[in-house]
Write a protein that binds this ligand. Structure first.
Ligand code: SF4
Length: 298
């Protein structure tokens, strides 16, 4: 039985998500756009900050964890998905959003991403895709373009670029979208749809963003010129066409909701011990007095 997200508890405003911590991102960083669109999507979905769990990987994007209000978790590099999935499975009524960079998600944490997609965990994953490791001063990631000169590969990187969208589609996802951090209205719309997909499973959102400090090949201007809205007649339920649209980035890059399938049960809905239950494990756990245990370790 699919457990729906908790209903709205009022009408939040952008102010409810604001906090006074100063932003440390470089001027022109795409993180600003994603930060704004994420807050806007939560406000438009009428989710109060205490109704949502935001989980962050390590990276420049991860520094967003103290730049907005709400329940936030900032974990280890490449490990945001296991934590977020565990929290979601314990309490599926809470919308859980995991955020990671291309370095963490397609190298250290790629195994977690593979199993999250194939398991169809009911959560949203936002990829900050700036095609490099920005926080550690611009090393090549698996998504850096082959041949590009990066700080630790001055002769250009020898490996071919991991075809991330083809890879995601090979795992039979149930929701795939792509957006550009510079188009905040479109990104907001995509994030809302990705959060609303949660009762149906794992939503993967690839957000292309500029890193003007270290990425000199995919600039804000390049993305502005190449990112185009998916054709109006695109059928998001057509897996083959969606995969072709997602992977054909030669002349332009299709952005928007690329694929959605609500007919495959989520991981939670396939758990035999949870069948027929309207409660969650969080509802069922009793308060346990651990003081005597604590005494033993004094
Ligand atoms: Fe943004 Fe790049 Fe600066 Fe990191 S290094 S804050 S990703 S512009």
């Amino acid at each position: 039985m699919s457990i729906p997200l908790s209903p709205s508890a009022g009408q939040p405003s952008m102010k409810d998500y604001s906090c006074t911590t100063q932003c440390t991102w470089c001027d022109g960083c795409g993180d600003y756009g994603i930060w704004t669109a994420l807050k806007r999507s939560l406000v438009e979905l009428k989710l109060m900050p205490w109704q949502v769990l935001l989980c962050y990987d390590v990276g420049c994007h991860g520094n967003m964890s103290d730049k907005l209000q709400g329940y936030r978790f900032h974990g280890l590099h490449g490990r945001v998905i296991p934590f977020a999935a565990g929290a979601k499975l314990a309490n599926p009524r809470v919308p859980v959003i995991a955020v990671g960079g291309d370095g963490a998600s397609f190298s250290e944490g790629v195994g977690h991403l593979v199993h999250a997609v194939r398991s169809n965990y009911p959560m949203t994953f936002i990829l900050h895709n700036n095609a490099n490791y920005g926080l550690t001063l611009g090393q090549a990631s698996a998504l850096t373009w082959q041949g590009q000169k990066m700080n630790t590969s001055p002769n250009g990187i020898p490996e071919h670029t991991l075809p991330s969208m083809d890879f995601i589609f090979s795992l039979e996802p149930t929701f795939v979208a792509r957006a550009f951090s510079g188009n905040i209205p479109q990104l907001t719309k995509v994030l809302k749809a990705a959060i609303e997909h949660q009762p149906h499973g794992f939503a993967f959102v690839d957000v292309l963003q500029a890193c003007p400090t270290y990425n000199k090949f995919v600039t804000h201007e390049y993305l502005l010129e190449h990112c185009k809205e998916v054709p109006a007649d695109h059928d998001v339920t057509d897996f083959t066409k969606a995969r072709a649209l997602a992977t054909d980035t030669g002349k332009s890059i299709a952005t928007g909701i690329l694929y959605q399938n609500k007919s495959i049960p989520s991981f939670y809905d396939r758990l035999v011990p949870r069948q027929g239950k309207s409660t969650t494990t969080v509802d069922e756990v009793k308060i346990t007095d651990v003081s005597s245990l604590m005494e033993r370790f004094r």
